[in-house]
Design a protein around this ligand. Sequence first.
Ligand SMILES: *Cc1c(COP(=O)(O)O)cnc(C)c1O
Length: 349
Amino acid sequence: MSGHEYERLPDPGPGLRLHLNENTAGCSERVLAAMRAVSRLDAAFYPDYARLHRAVAGYYGVDADAVLVTNGLDEGIHAASFAWLQCSDAGAAREAVIVEPAFDMYAACADAAGGRIVQVMPRAEFEFPTEETLAAITPATRLVFLTHPNNPTGRPVPLEALDAIAGRLPGEALVFVDEAYADFARGTFLGELARWPNLLVGRTFAKAHGLAAVRAGAVIGAPGTIARLRRVVPPYSVNVFAMAGMLAAIDDREYLDWYRAQVEASRQAVYAACRRLGVHCWPSEANFVLMRLGDRSRDVVAGMARRGVFVRDRSREPGCAGCVRLSAGVVAHTAKALAALEEALCDVR
Ligand SMILES: *Cc1c(COP(=O)(O)O)cnc(C)c1O
């Protein structure tokens, strides 16, 4: 496979954006105030990240040399791909294992870095394909991408699967666990870093903290791994507004707790609506729910868009035929979306 490119969606226009798992309440007031408080000189001087690295390390419970702040988690995915897949010894194959369905960026970056993509296809109900992933690992494997919890299914990766994969990898390889949605999940693999020096965890402030446009992420791993990533990330890739926003977000526990509670209530509302409407969906540990609408998916997505609610048809993703992903964040927005879903379903029946 080659020629992968990240699919940038056009702006759908005015309406409720529930197609990209953004926080539709916005960032917290305190975060906005901190970004507004950036001074003329703060803007004029190259940023120093020492304080930010200490704060982010404290937030994730690791040492400062185990963290690299990035221009969004995307930059972490990009950096890991280039650091682990770029061919230096000519001719040697470098493989990236991607457990599907998966975030587009893994294939886009692995491909751009000259890696060979090895896809692991999903099982029918998205149970984690441990055996299939182990079978895809070869001596040429350099990177395995896991998403915990998964996007678009919302399903977690079992700890036993992580252990089996990390234990099977060749010496040089890395398992990259994308935890973009870990703020909404039951667990994180940050606690496994001490056991697996070949583990790199990616986190973002885009989803739970509502900073997608600000570009604020981090990768957390063994100091040797982080040092190798620093060599491929430009020295000032995180700007002063992102730095101010991240520091304020880390201090604003209240806002995070509020949004998490909204997400939990929203997920329950989506499950209840799906039961009532006879729609199959998967229990999610993220701020979205994947549902299977079958051959109605395209019409339902269009019907919801006509009612001003944007959701994402994931039909073209492996194993996701007829599946639609609905962001489940702010309760009032979820209620509006579910009303639109019900009406759109009535239209196509
Ligand atoms: C949204 C998302 C990201 C991107 O995070 P940014 O910090 O906005 O770059 C990464 N991985 C997954 C699985 C995502 O859904």
